[in-house]
Design a protein around this ligand. Structure first.
Ligand SMILES: C[S@@+](CC[C@H](N)C(=O)[O-])C[C@H]1O[C@@H](n2cnc3c(N)ncnc32)[C@H](O)[C@@H]1O
Length: 235
């Protein structure tokens, strides 16, 4: 299997991997968006270092969350995740799916075909949210492998402010990141790795940690990545 050389196992050739975006304060949104659009245009998404045929750890936590079928579920940075297929297969009816990459969401829509029409699709940047500010209150927020890309404190705070604003009281937040044994980069971008305490500190005092576990994810390439999964409740 070819590799992008970043250690993330995304499956892309080094020559095809876009150069890391130049982050300037006033241009981060567009640069970051172009970066992810290129990723989804050059790699086979099913061979990416994060693609799961079966998002079992997230499903495990959703099943414990006791949310109702018509509760509002928000999937942050969904990419082409099969979690959305699971939600539809299991009759969840109020789903908002967002990503910074419209290409990722188009791939996902194409896979879901006519079932995609029941979903609210939003292309927006979690670190510069505009359209996301307008969505209805959320009962369940799911993020796998997105928050850990926000290495700047400002970006983390913007994300947490949005989380605080959108998630209802008693609402549930599932966040999965690389854990402290995980890779330091993914898709050519640096990531911030977490343990349970570090995430707890980020989300407290508004959210209370209910459950967490570490698990080894096997990438399509066969390599493994250690993840931390957490479930928080809004107080
Ligand atoms: C490693 S992938 C994970 C995708 C999906 N959550 C999964 O588990 O399969 C990270 C995703 O986050 C999206 N993303 C990265 N930065 C983002 C941002 N600032 N706002 C919204 N989405 C972002 C990327 O486009 C990509 O689809």
């Amino acid at each position: 299997m070819s590799s992008c050389g970043t250690g993330c196992g995304c499956g892309s050739n080094t020559s095809n991997t876009p150069t890391r975006p130049l982050i300037t304060k006033n241009k981060v949104n567009k640069d970051l968006q172009d970066y992810w659009e290129t990723i989804y245009n050059v790699i086979d998404h099913e061979k990416s270092g994060w693609y799961e045929k079966n998002p079992e750890p997230t499903i495990q936590l959703i099943e414990k969350s006791n949310i109702s079928k018509d509760d509002h579920i928000f999937v942050a940075g969904a990419g082409t995740s099969t979690l959305i297929d699971y939600l539809l297969d299991n009759d969840y009816t109020h789903i908002t799916v967002s990503d910074i990459s419209s290409t990722a969401l188009e791939i996902l829509k194409e896979r879901l075909q006519n079932r995609s029409t029941t979903i609210n699709w939003i292309v927006d940047d979690l670190t510069h949210p505009e359209k996301l500010q307008q969505i209805p209150p959320v009962d369940l927020w799911v993020d796998r492998a997105v928050f850990h890309f926000f290495t700047e404190i400002d970006d983390q705070q913007t994300y947490i402010d949005l989380l605080n604003k959108l998630v209802k009281k008693d609402g549930i937040v599932i966040i999965a990141t690389f854990n402290l044994k995980g890779a330091t980069k993914c898709s050519g971008l640096p990531v911030r790795r977490y343990n349970e305490l570090m995430l707890k500190e980020k989300l407290s005092p508004i959210f209370e940690l209910q459950e967490s576990f570490e698990t080894l994810y096997t990438m399509p390439s066969g390599d493994t990545r250690p993840y931390l999964y957490t479930l928080f409740k809004k107080l």
